[in-house]
Design a protein around this ligand. Structure first.
Ligand code: DX5
Ligand code: ZN
Length: 205
């Protein structure tokens, strides 16, 4: 299981948090971007992304991703994940992400059913299951969303697809064993609200 660390809720500054994540063996840095319309919160303008040494997994919680994809297609961006609940043309958004040579993914809010993404599922590299309501770090994991893991695994096997499954929100050492068939877990406050990031990541692994 791979670990992506979200910097949304950290006891350190953005710069310090990025430096500390660089020193760990986390596979990704998870970057939450919020525009204040798709979710009420607005993410602060990140100023130190040039110092990120990890592959960047960009999670766009924005109503109009068109204007964000180019901005976050950085030298070490590995993937851009947009939301299923968008009213925009998801197909063309996914194509635009791919046109930058990036992996693409769709995120599902807790209340969004999996059938919402089945028409796009063949072109996805990632499906992100949000286990908290989007917008803030430090929330409690919503356990009854985890049934989506088994459903997505079944679809992946039935259709012989390769997308990876990400669980994002409220992940910690107490609930990690509920998500054994996730490929990647995103953990923010459980890692970044502590002094020793690597120790927290070790607990997750
Ligand atoms: C919530 C974000 C998550 C969140 C994870 O909208 O998408 O990535 O920051 O942080 P924790 O692990 O603190 O829930
Ligand atoms: Zn996220």
């Amino acid at each position: 299981m791979k670990v992506a660390v979200s910097i949304l809720k950290s006891k350190y500054s953005e710069e310090e948090t990025i430096k500390k994540i660089n020193e760990t063996n986390a596979e990704y840095l998870h970057l939450d971007v919020m525009d204040g319309t798709f979710v009420n919160e607005v993410s602060f303008e990140y100023e130190h992304l040039g110092e990120v040494k990890k592959p960047l997994q960009v999670h766009l919680m924005v109503s109009n991703p068109f204007s964000y994809i180019g901005k976050y297609a950085l030298k070490n961006t590995e993937s851009i994940i947009i939301h299923t609940e968008l009213t925009e043309d998801i197909d063309s958004l996914l194509d635009i992400i791919k046109s930058y040579g990036l992996k693409c993914g769709l995120a599902l809010n807790p209340e969004t059913q999996i059938e919402k993404i089945t028409s796009y599922i063949d072109k996805l590299d990632y499906v992100l299951i949000l286990t908290v309501n989007p917008g803030r770090g430090g929330q409690k994991l919503i356990k009854d969303v985890l049934y989506k893991l088994d459903e997505l695994n079944r679809i992946r096997v039935d259709k012989n697809l390769q997308f990876e499954i990400i669980v994002d929100g409220g992940v910690n050492n107490e609930n990690i064993d509920l998500m054994n068939n996730a490929d990647i877990v995103v953990s923010g406050s459980y890692v970044c609200m502590n002094d020793n990031f690597q120790e927290q990541i070790n607990h997750l692994r």
